[in-house]
Design a protein around this ligand. Structure first.
Ligand SMILES: [Zn+2]
Length: 312
């Protein structure tokens, strides 16, 4: 019986809480992303280290997505390091629906020297972090910087400092059960001084990095996100300005996959018909399988050809 109690984990709603502090000079966001990281692990069958790595990136992407203004705006973060992970991509929309994918999510690594999940060993210490903001303009805005650690939170902090000249504080933590790898708690914090913020406030903010590094432990112990925020940022005069619910959700559809197939070109599609007698496409974000028979593919080509005729 005791074991049953220990492994029982009730579902709770994820939360993204947005605040201002220091007379509006600092923005703070906290995400309790426990369920969305659990969902990413379940969908992809992620290893323990991959759960931590992709989970951290998903939470940061959700925090960034919460700032999107337009209905159809999207933000994607791409981490491509020299570790066994391969590339990691997460996308979020203005409803804070996020999805993520990692090339080699089944790779497991032994703990690092501190006995923690070896996220930087999985991601790699060298590589690139890019952020693509698609705000409905002609071209998406792309920000790019080098990885500095592979631990992800530090890499995002460096992205803000190096690419945007904004000294942000970033914490991303995923806590897992030692035995099963089940996600106990996942939490992220982002604090950013706004233009005009006094240096003294920025320095005091940066000095908080040690305290926020215990947030996943404290959330797991049952503390509420509001209390975590107040305990660290309360001295700056913290006001909660909004709360939303982030979700792991993939928006793929058969129509979208059809468009992707068509974009490979007629020669490629004909090859699929003649050589493979059909096509199977798996969505990289939710692992859903889409099957296309020879007839389906022929109908696609016909429809595309009809469209071309109309254009002429
Ligand atoms: Zn999908």
């Amino acid at each position: 019986m005791k074991d049953n109690i220990l492994t029982y984990t009730p579902r709770r709603n994820d939360r993204l809480i947005q605040c201002v502090a220091a007379d509006g000079m600092v923005r703070v966001a906290l995400i309790d992303g426990t369920e969305l990281v659990r969902e990413a692990r379940r969908v992809h069958g992620l290893s323990r280290v991959a759960t931590a790595a992709l989970g951290r990136q998903l939470m940061m992407t959700a925090i960034m997505a919460a700032d999107l203004k337009g209905e159809h705006d999207l933000v994607s973060t791409i981490i491509k390091g020299d570790g066994p992970a391969g590339s990691m991509i997460c996308t979020g929309n203005s409803h804070i629906e996020v999805k993520g994918s990692v090339t080699n999510g089944d790779v497991e690594l032994p703990p690092n020297e501190q006995g923690k999940l070896n996220v930087s060993g999985f991601v790699g210490h060298e590589g690139k972090l890019s952020v693509v903001s698609d705000l409905g303009l002609k071209e998406p805005y792309v920000g790019l910087c080098n990885l500095v650690s592979g631990e992800i939170a530090i890499d995002f902090a460096n992205y803000y400092a190096a690419s945007l000249q904004r000294p942000a504080l970033v914490y991303l933590g995923v806590r897992e059960r030692a035995e099963s790898g089940e996600v106990r708690a996942a939490v992220g914090v982002f604090a950013e001084p706004l233009p005009g913020c006094p240096d003294e406030v920025i320095d005091r903010l940066q000095a908080k990095s040690g305290e926020i590094s215990r947030f996943s432990e404290r959330l797991d112990a049952g503390e509420l996100p509001e209390d975590l925020l107040e305990s660290v940022f309360g001295e700056f005069g913290l006001t909660i300005v909004g709360e939303r619910e982030p979700l792991y959700r993939c928006d793929c559809s058969r129509e979208r996959i059809e468009r992707a197939l068509l974009s490979t070109g007629r020669a490629e599609l004909t090859g699929m018909i003649e050589e493979d007698h059909g096509a199977e496409v798996t969505c990289r974000f939710c692992d859903k399988l889409y099957q296309f028979s020879e007839e389906d593919l022929r109908a696609l080509i016909d429809a595309a050809t009809a469209g071309e005729d109309e254009d002429e």
